[in-house]
Design a protein around this ligand. Structure first.
Ligand SMILES: *Cc1c(COP(=O)(O)O)cnc(C)c1O
Length: 466
């Protein structure tokens, strides 16, 4: 598979390069040049096959020829062997046509493990082939950092730096990051908010004096490898519950639109899926853009579904590129305006193409709390606030002929405050978390000053060429 930039300014690259570089050199995002098709026979097989095998089948064409099928098989078997549920991503029936897909049975109890546990061994293998080293820097509001630390701890050719805003992630989230003992992981608590940490990361990624001799990249969902690793669960669930005349409607709790776009990709491969529904919290730039054509960035609101507090979803650029059939000129004109001014207007035909693939629903804080309470009362399910946003959005949709599947993106125990406020009791803490809460923490506190943060990283990992 070859990957091109959504802005059309770079030559095609293979999977390894898309994985290691994260962002294309012209500032665009990598997209595959075609969607490998799944035949009816393969879909019938995928409805029954073990998840690691479905994942291998879906991912192999995206990774070829850089990664051989037997290596994809080994990586998926190892990764999903570590999940705490034998079905990896089990489907739970809530009503006649309503299902939850539980994506939180991985090591850090959020869906980001599903892709991150593949990304780490794939990055190590790509670096082995190229002989290079990688320094990953990432800013996190919680779940991405935890998933990255768990996945990359001990990777041979990778250094991982995670910046979290001091005092603004939950205790569970912080301890999942800071109790790591591997020497290739550095946790920094930045005195500032998420945007301060994110600004520093963006500057580090462009700084030619930072980490000479290494590739510098990030692990958020602008990285194609992360997104690709999420396509297989849409295929598996659609194969199981859908048919061509009864497409599955997925409702995806959304921040950066990475997970929801993976659903759009599964549909493009031929899985029986209708338009994907992106469920967002009070940060509603996406539903506004789809209904009015005006895409406007406002300051992010802080909500209880913290991992979705995103003012402008990065993967909207991928969705638009896909919706206009790979027209890089149109994509570039929209997103260049947006980067420069924080707003862009979508041409009317582009808006129509977009809503053929994706709908978006915004859920406010009160409705989120109500949905947590309602899930407990009606189904006996204790859900996290992100999942609750999905359930509330599903409740607002018109009836449809096929199954509706809401993605459960995190375990409720990661967000005990919001859950207790809604149902009057704290969620049960799984053993895997209880152990982490006892572990010793290691992190350094730094001011949000650029030079101070760069200095702290160089102090830990060195400034010299590898
Ligand atoms: C990251 C995250 C999301 C949002 O995923 P995107 O790919 O950014 O849309 C939703 N729920 C949880 C629990 C998350 O950690």
């Amino acid at each position: 598979m070859e990957y091109v930039s959504t802005r059309g300014g770079t030559a095609p690259v293979g999977f390894d390069a898309a994985l290691l570089n994260g962002l294309a050199a012209d500032g665009g995002l990598f997209m595959p040049t075609q969607w490998p098709a799944l035949s009816d026979r393969e879909l019938a097989w995928a409805a029954r096959a073990p998840y690691a095998q479905v994942s291998t089948r879906v991912l192999t064409p995206f990774l070829a020829p850089d990664v051989e099928e037997r290596d994809v098989k080994r990586v998926t078997a190892d990764a999903y062997g570590r999940f705490r549920h034998p079905a990896t991503v089990p489907l739970k029936q809530l009503g006649p046509d309503l299902w939850l897909m539980e994506l939180f049975h991985g090591p850090t109890l959020a869906f980001k493990d599903v892709a991150m546990q593949l990304m780490a061994p794939l990055a190590d293998a790509a670096l082995e082939r190229s002989g290079g080293r990688l320094r990953l820097v990432t800013a996190t509001s919680g779940d991405t950092g935890a998933a990255a630390v768990n996945a990359f701890a001990g990777a041979q050719r990778v250094e991982l730096v995670v910046l979290h805003p001091k005092g603004r992630v939950s205790d569970v989230q912080r301890k999942q990051m800071t109790t790591a003992t591997a020497p290739n992981v550095l946790n920094l608590a930045v005195e500032g908010d998420f945007d301060d940490a994110q600004d520093v990361v963006k500057r580090l990624l462009r700084d030619p004096d930072f980490a000479p001799g290494r590739t510098v990249s990030s692990v958020n969902s602008i990285n194609w490898a992360r997104l690709a690793g999420q396509i297989p669960y849409f295929v598996a669930a659609a194969a199981r519950l859908g048919a061509s005349n009864r497409p599955v409607r997925f409702v995806v709790p959304t921040g950066n639109l990475g997970d929801a776009f993976a659903g759009v990709a599964a549909r493009a491969m031929g899985a029986p899926i209708g338009p994907v529904v992106a469920a967002v919290n009070a940060n509603d730039a996406l539903p506004k853009a789809l209904s009015t054509g005006a895409y406007v960035k406002r300051a992010a609101h802080a909500t209880q579904s913290v991992s979705m507090d995103v003012a402008a979803p990065s993967n909207f650029e991928r969705l638009l590129f896909h919706a206009v059939s790979g027209d890089a000129a149109v994509t570039k004109s929209v997103f260049k305006d947006f980067a420069a001014t924080g707003q862009a207007s979508l041409p009317p035909d582009v808006r129509l193409h977009l809503i053929a693939h994706l709908r978006a629903v915004s859920i406010d804080e009160a409705a989120t709390t109500q949905a947590i309470a309602q899930a407990d009362r009606a189904y006996g399910e204790v859900v996290c606030p992100h999942t609750a946003v999905g359930l509330a959005a599903a409740d607002r949709l018109e009836p449809a002929p096929g199954a509706t599947v809401v993605l459960a993106t995190a375990h409720a125990a990661k967000f005990p405050g919001a859950v207790e406020a809604a149902i009057g009791r704290a969620p049960v803490v799984p053993d895997a978390l209880a152990a982490i809460m006892e572990g010793e923490e290691r992190f350094a506190t730094v001011s949000s000053d650029y030079a101070a943060i760069k200095g702290a990283i160089e102090g830990a990992f060195g400034a010299q060429a590898a």
